[in-house]
Ligand binder design. Structure first.
Ligand SMILES: O=C1O[C@H](COP(=O)(O)O)[C@@H](O)[C@H](O)[C@H]1O
Length: 224
């Protein structure tokens, strides 16, 4: 794992967007298509704003979330709504969205269809992850009902996840899919998350600190 500390948050967002854009461009030089997975939540919006304006052959890029809260797009907690509003706009509007929400009452009811779409886009060229102060990443939460399945090297690409720390059912890309990305970035801000990262590094295993499962070869981007 490599930790990059930035003097300020704005600089971090712009630098990170630039890095992701060049990694996608390199992937498109090698392959017909590139795949980018990004988090939801409160942190990545400014990276999305910067990325969406980048000149790239977006029509050859598949974009998916690392995880989704099982809520419709008109719910303010919808990660898909954030993605559509802040990333899949401007030049990046030409990218193909691989959905992680299927509109059924439970994720299990359309898991096969969603998984099929994801499998067709793998492996990921670039993954950008977020992290909560509870050390969850994507929707791999401490204490989640299927955490052990999600951390397994034999995990399917996508799993439903329910956890005491999550307000609603989730779906999440699993550890092997996240770790299979050619390039991995973790974006965190503030002292609380910096301390959480340190705790995860020191943790005995990933069950109490799921982000630990994806830290190998990770670049962590942090600003106070
Ligand atoms: O619930 C989620 O939380 C994490 C962290 O979100 P943040 O608001 O602290 O940035 C996020 O990475 C994940 O995609 C999201 O579903």
């Amino acid at each position: 794992m490599k930790l990059v500390e930035y003097a300020d948050r704005d600089m971090m967002m712009l630098d990170l967007a630039d890095k992701i854009a060049s990694e996608l461009a390199m992937a498109l030089d090698r392959e017909d298509r590139a795949a980018l997975a990004v988090p939801g939540g409160t942190t990545p919006g400014p990276v999305f704003d910067a990325l969406s304006a980048v000149d790239l052959d977006w029509a050859r890029v598949d974009v998916m979330l690392t995880d989704e809260r099982w809520v419709p797009e008109d719910n303010p907690r919808s990660n898909t709504a954030l993605l559509k509003k802040r990333l899949l706009t401007d030049k990046a509007a030409a990218a193909r969205l691989i959905p992680l929400y299927g509109g059924t009452s439970a994720p299990e009811d359309c898991l096969d269809t969603l998984s099929e779409g994801i499998r067709g886009a793998l492996p990921l060229s670039v993954v950008l992850l977020g992290m909560g102060e509870d050390m969850h990443t994507a929707s791999l939460f401490p204490g989640a009902d299927r955490l052990s399945d999600g951390l397994s090297p034999k995990a399917p690409a996508l799993l439903p996840m329910r956890a005491p720390g999550a307000d609603e059912p989730r779906v999440t890309l699993t550890a092997p899919v996240l770790n299979g990305a050619m390039s991995k970035h973790l974006l965190i801000m503030g002292e609380g998350k910096r301390a959480a990262l340190a705790s995860a590094i020191d943790a005995a295993d990933a069950f109490d600190a799921p982000v630990k499962a994806v830290l190998t070869d990770m670049t962590v981007h942090w600003a106070a």
